[in-house]
Design a protein around this ligand. Structure first.
Ligand code: TXA
Ligand code: MG
Length: 376
């Protein structure tokens, strides 16, 4: 799809035009919904505009931004004129764009300012599927740089209320598009390394299984590129320690309340003890309001009924069989429990398959501590 999306809803067009005016004429930021999480957007090709993203979020300047486009034509206008899409990228774009997949491309420094890429030779680009996001980009006629619309280090917002609570007074305009359907950020993919492999820099809304399936389907038998998952299949020391490091080195996704990961599936290391939930809670400085996030069919809900002395704030995420629902509610759960002023949030681990991989990536970064617990 090379063309721009059609967008003609009579009541939303004036809002989009007003937002486009903020973005393009005033060079301001605008918060808009995407299918993954809310984005804090500014025109990507204008340094002055994009710098306002960093100040509103308190974002470290060495963490590069994703550029959002509404068409392949717009994407091509950002890339080096002689650039050709690899076969793997063609397959990924055909199946997952528009959608929750971000791809790294070589940066054309004539078009993409240094502030966007934090000096990296690549630029991350995604075409969102949310109709408001894509229409806003199309009406603006400009690519929009947009990180998640939260203060750096906080959970990403999946509802406009989350944004208003976090960034009130720091952003001039928030477009409310309701709840985000995916609820976790896009999957960031690097296919530029020259060995033909596809590296998952950040697991997200499009799963590793889905990526492997389409590559296997569209490449001749045995010729599909390998999909390497960061920290499982490869370590990128340079990416993690150099000042060019993308967001992975920063503490992330943490509400202002301490978060503890409860491991009930994985095995503790030989020197780590496993204890019951009651013993663990009794061992820390007596919280009174305890928030808890777990699969809706977890044994934990029955278990906590027997643990007296705490006010439980329950936030069931979704059934174990549907990790996409768990993903959709995770950030909402963290932010909702935070707004209920709990003293502590417990999150129970889920299986790291499908959307579960991205869920556990976020939970691990949110958690200050990890506990191995058992059910009697
Ligand atoms: O779903 C999403 O991706 C959302 C919505 C708003 O589109 N955006 C988002 O942006 O999550 P942000 O800034 O919160 O996360 C962008 C991630 C960071 O981990 C950043 O380091 C990485 O993408 N990234 C951006 N440009 C990169 C590049 N050139 N090379 C490697 N990683 C890059
Ligand atoms: Mg973010």
């Amino acid at each position: 799809n090379e063309g721009e999306p059609k967008f003609s809803s009579p009541d939303t067009l004036p809002i989009l035009q007003q937002a486009a005016h903020h973005l393009c004429d005033l060079q301001e930021t605008v918060v808009f919904p995407t299918e993954t999480v809310y984005g804090l957007g500014a025109v990507a090709t204008i340094t002055e505009a994009s710098s306002k993203i960093f100040s509103a979020k308190g974002r470290p300047p060495d963490n590069p931004l994703i550029v959002h486009v509404s068409s392949v034509k717009m994407l091509k206008s950002l890339l080096p004129p002689d650039y050709l899409f690899s076969e793997a990228y063609q397959v990924l774009m055909k199946h997952f764009w528009p959608g929750a997949l971000t791809l790294l491309f070589p940066r054309n420094s004539d078009v993409i300012p240094t502030i966007i890429t934090a000096g990296q030779p690549s630029v991350a680009v995604r075409m969102p599927s949310h109709p408001v996001a894509r229409a806003l980009i199309a009406v603006s006629g400009m690519p929009l740089a947009a990180p998640s619309a939260n203060t750096s280090g906080k959970p990403s917002p999946t509802r406009a209320e989350h944004v208003v609570k976090d960034l009130d007074g720091k952003v001039p305009l928030v477009i409310d598009g309701g709840s985000c359907g995916v609820g976790l950020e896009s999957t960031v993919v690097d296919g530029l390394q020259g060995d033909g492999n596809i590296r998952i820099l950040r697991p997200g809304g499009v799963t590793v299984e889905q990526i492997e399936a389409v590559l296997k389907q569209d490449f001749p038998t045995g010729r599909a590129p390998s999909v390497l998952v960061h920290k499982r299949d490869y370590q990128d020391e340079e990416m993690e320690s150099a000042p060019t490091t993308p967001g992975m080195k920063y503490r992330h996704y943490s509400p202002s309340v301490p978060v503890t990961l409860l491991c009930t599936l994985s095995k503790p290391a030989p020197d780590q003890a496993s204890q019951s939930i009651d013993t663990f809670l009794a061992s820390i400085s007596s919280p009174s309001k305890v928030g808890i996030l777990a699969a809706s069919d977890s044994k934990i809900w029955k278990k906590i009924k027997d643990i007296k002395g705490y006010h439980w704030h329950e936030f069931p995420l979704g059934p174990t069989s549907t990790p996409s629902l768990i993903a959709q509610r995770l950030f909402d759960g963290l932010l909702t429990l935070e707004s209920e002023n709990v003293d502590l949030i417990l999150v129970e681990e889920i299986i790291e398959e499908h959307e579960g991989l991205a869920v556990m990536n976020r939970v691990r970064k949110a958690a200050g501590t990890t506990q191995w617990v058992w059910y009697e």
